[in-house]
Design a protein around this ligand. Structure first.
Ligand code: ATP
Ligand code: MG
Length: 298
């Protein structure tokens, strides 16, 4: 069985380029911490991506224990390292909804819709707006050149999301959340959490990207070094959440990137949830997707 994601690409100029990029991913070396893409195709302005079918995404399991999050973070770190070094790409849309798990406890980064090639030069900065506002690094919000360290920021936000069950500033609409991200001190875990977990989050969430720990540095932190085995972290709700998710996604899933769809993970949303989701998608895909064609050939 495979999963198929349908993306409305009406706003994007060159569908064939994106198609080619996905084909390259499908032919590339397999990494156990990255969801495997099998191929892609187009139907009109829709891009269809076929990929490995997983059981569900980590956002459906939150909050998770610190120990479980440590396992997920270790796997995410390995996946990111592979993405940056082997594929010469960085993620730019890391969040719990884009980290998938299997019932064997495997953890894999997904959603390469936002992944762009660095064209062999890790020193080269990208300047394309993309990603989800609440997980977005301050340098992206400020429209500054940025590099792979934006993924480290998003990793820290994702760790907080998974441990506390809440994304920092998520009560605010996206514009205010982004302003808060710039103006307020970096989000931190409270003292009820362990020093190791707090330290990990602190090293990821530094407004100045040069002050963030490198991916290798993060891998060597006690919180990650002490992380357990893949077959021991899944909570019992993982099985339920996965099944709920499958009811709606079945063998395939689809989504309109212009926020036309009402399905969110496990079902249909109503009222405030739907309003909030629409708002997020609007900012994610419309207001903040300001590509700069002259340098967006990476
Ligand atoms: N390969 C897959 N196998 C199983 N479930 C998947 C797979 N890919 C996605 N899903 C499920 O579908 C949900 C929606 O995924 P989708 O990528 O369309 O939206 P999203 O992750 O919420 O937002 P974004 O478009 O920003 O990535 C995921 O959260 C996950 O639960
Ligand atoms: Mg996704």
């Amino acid at each position: 069985m495979i999963a198929v994601k349908s993306v409305d690409m009406s706003g994007d100029d060159d569908l064939s380029e994106i198609n080619k990029e996905i084909e390259a991913l499908a032919d590339g070396e397999i990494c156990p911490q990255l969801v495997q893409y099998y191929g892609s195709g187009t139907v009109g302005r829709h891009l269809l991506l076929s990929m490995e079918l997983m059981h569900g995404s980590l956002d459906k399991l939150k909050p998770l224990s610190e120990a479980a999050v440590a396992v997920c973070m270790r796997e995410a770190i390995i996946g990111l390292t592979f993405l940056w070094t082997k594929y010469k790409k960085f993620h730019r849309d890391l969040k719990a909804a884009n980290i998938l798990y299997s019932l064997r406890g495997e953890v894999k980064l997904a959603d390469f819709g936002c992944v762009r090639s660095l064209m062999g030069s890790t020193a080269r900065m990208a300047q394309t707006y993309v990603g989800s506002p609440y997980w977005m690094a301050p340098e992206i919000i400020k429209n500054k050149p940025y590099n792979q360290m934006v993924d480290v920021w998003s990793l820290g936000i994702t760790a907080m999301e998974l441990i506390t069950g809440k994304v920092p500033h998520s009560r605010l609409v996206p514009t205010l959340a982004m302003a808060a991200s710039l103006e307020k001190p970096e989000p931190r875990l409270g003292t009820q959490y362990s020093a190791n977990a707090r330290n990990f989050v602190e090293k990821c969430l530094q407004k100045d990207p040069s002050k963030r720990k490198t991916i290798q540095g993060l891998f060597e932190m006690t919180y990650i070094k002490n992380a357990g085995r893949l077959d021991g972290w899944l909570p019992s709700k993982a099985f339920k959440a996965g099944n709920e998710n499958k009811k709606s996604s079945s063998k395939s899933k689809s989504k309109n990137k212009n926020f036309g769809g009402k399905a969110k993970g496990g079902g249909i949303m109503f009222g405030e949830d739907l309003k909030q989701e629409k708002e997020r998608k609007k900012y994610q895909y419309t207001a903040y997707r300001r590509s700069r064609p002259e340098i967006d050939d990476i």
